[in-house]
Ligand binder design. Sequence first.
Ligand code: ADP
Ligand code: MG
Length: 138
Amino acid sequence: MFTIQNLSASIDDQSILKGVSLEISPGQTHAIMGPNGSGKSTLAHTIMGNGAYQVTQGTITFDGISLEKLPVHQRAKHGIFVSFQQPPAIPGLGVFNLLKEIRQAASNGAIDFGAFEKEIKNYLELLHMDHSFLERSC
Ligand code: ADP
Ligand code: MG
């Protein structure tokens, strides 16, 4: 369960989010829609813990854990992620190596390489993506 209660956040003392509440049960997908500048990205960055955004009131709870005081990397370890709207390209860094580094960092170093490769290839099948995607530069 992911729950936001009465969340307010500001940027440079300018109030942007004003009392947002939201509840998402396991297995649900929610789409938040609104005009440009209405605060969608601000909400995503505030959930992730981006330091540019200050929580002025409210709570963010994921599976019973209070996220609003945790640093970004600890929120990431609980599975919180904000995808990039304009991802930078890094020539030479392949998708597979990036995913492997992320998994290694999230599991404190030790991963079963073969099992990880199998897992990633299963996801490619599931999403009907070509295996060459793994070699593409991020
Ligand atoms: P959306 O994603 O819904 O288009 P944003 O969250 O990007 O909306 O923006 C919400 C409001 O916060 C806008 O008025 C925007 O100008 C302001 N804002 C967003 N990011 C910043 C920032 N880094 N500094 C100052 N104001 C910002
Ligand atoms: Mg946005």
